[in-house]
Design a protein around this ligand. Structure first.
Ligand SMILES: *Cc1c(COP(=O)(O)O)cnc(C)c1O
Length: 401
């Protein structure tokens, strides 16, 4: 039997680990497997410590921070928890009891903020426009002297929207509020300069950029009041206890080091091609997220297909070897419209008919062609069967629509 083609278009969820990253990590499983905090006791410990320091250096350079402002965690989820719960734990000002987030946050931010309601915090959500950009006027009206922290997702993993974080930080800093941004989906796909952009806390993740899963980091600007949220030892500048994930951290550093401009250009070229072909070949498509691709994560495309359930498209495409998702990844089992698409003011129909195509450097033009051809076949077939479409046509014939 012919092996089936496999085209992975779910790279906003996770990515394939680059072979060079795997090779680099192997050393820290096989040879230099000591604990980094044993650097004062023996040579193997020094080697482990050096690997962690090197990764810290590489990552800090990418965001223009100091090395000791990078705190390694188990991923962006933990970094988001630490940023939000950690600033609340360190908060000494009883008047600052408000957290502001956007309506399109990842659950790790949304639920961390909600968690603080139990400790007397108020959580407010800032609106976004129909492309997912933060409503600046609304933000300005919410941020005040009672605001401890504002947390806004930098690049949205579902619809690709990249916020103007610098403009947001102007608003937050005026009122003395801290600014956290979850950059897991956009780190390395867009240059980030924490000092120019006025960011106090920034979450990043390794497995979105061809690094290993289970490792990420929180940038914490010097002097920012943050307390650790786990009890344990004094690792990671006393902000994140536990034995350092040396192979993971080293792999994260390597993934950042080898991430190239050329690969990024390849990906955004393929994304443009995918969109162009989809529009040329399939009618009744709506783009979800920014029209202006320069304000969108380069590997993200999100489309709604009129009259068809995203869930059905996903299942049919999977049978043809193509991996995509509908709505939010966490929701795709529950058939509930994603809160992100609903925040843009879409109808349930549009949200439920959405498909996210997220690309990587491992794809070829032929993969794009194959994906478009199959999406067209699947959508055509489903539309023939669609009760929604029949109703619409009847309306048209009867002059009702
Ligand atoms: C992937 C992702 C996360 C989760 O990151 P982990 O490292 O898997 O915990 C959070 N937020 C966004 C925007 C993401 O893309």
């Amino acid at each position: 039997m012919k092996t089936q083609k496999r085209i992975y278009l779910d790279n906003n969820a996770t990515t394939k680990v680059d072979d060079r990253v795997i090779k680099h990590m192997t050393t820290f499983f096989r040879n230099d497997y000591a604990v980094a905090s044993s650097q004062f006791s023996h040579t193997p410990g020094i080697k482990a410590k050096n690997a962690v320091s090197e990764a810290r250096h590489i990552i800090s350079q990418k965001i223009n921070s100091k090395t000791d402002e990078i705190i390694f965690t188990s991923g962006a989820t933990e970094a988001n928890n630490l940023a939000i719960k950690g600033t609340a734990a360190a908060n000494k000002d009883p008047k600052r009891k408000k957290i502001i987030i956007s309506r399109i946050e990842d659950f790790s931010v949304l639920n961390s903020a909600k968690n603080l309601e139990r400790s007397g915090y108020t959580v407010q959500q800032v609106n976004v426009d129909n492309e997912g950009f933060v409503d600046m006027e609304h933000l300005r009206s919410l941020v005040d002297e009672k605001t401890l922290l504002v947390s806004i997702i930098y690049g949205n993993h579902e619809i690709g929207t990249i916020q103007d974080i610098k403009a947001i930080s102007k608003i937050t800093s005026e009122k003395g509020a801290l600014l956290h941004s979850n950059a897991a989906a956009v780190f390395m796909q867009k240059p980030i300069d924490i000092s120019d952009e006025g960011i106090d806390l920034l979450s990043i993740s390794s497995h979105k950029i061809h690094g290993p899963k289970g490792v990420g980091a929180l940038f914490v600007k010097k002097e920012t009041p943050v307390k650790k949220i786990l009890d344990g030892g004094f690792q990671e500048f006393d902000l994140r206890p536990g034995t350092e994930n040396v192979p993971g951290i080293a792999g994260f550093g390597k993934a950042v080091e080898i991430f190239s401009r050329e690969d990024l250009d390849t990906v955004s070229g393929l994304r443009a091609l995918l969109y162009k072909q989809m529009r040329a070949k399939i009618k009744g498509i709506k783009l979800n997220g920014p029209e202006d691709f320069s304000r969108r994560i380069p590997n993200n495309l999100n489309l709604s297909f009129d009259y068809v359930e995203g869930e059905s498209i996903v299942l049919h495409l999977d049978m043809r070897g193509i991996a995509v998702i509908t709505g939010s990844a966490c929701f795709s089992r529950a058939l509930q419209a994603s809160h992100i698409l609903m925040a843009l003011g879409f109808t349930h129909e549009r949200a439920h008919s959405s498909i996210r195509f997220s690309l990587s450097k491992y794809l070829k033009e032929t993969d794009i062609n194959y994906s478009v051809k199959n999406t067209k076949e699947v959508v055509d077939k489903l539309r023939e069967l669609s009760p929604l479409k029949k109703v619409e046509i009847k309306h048209k014939e009867g002059g009702l629509s």
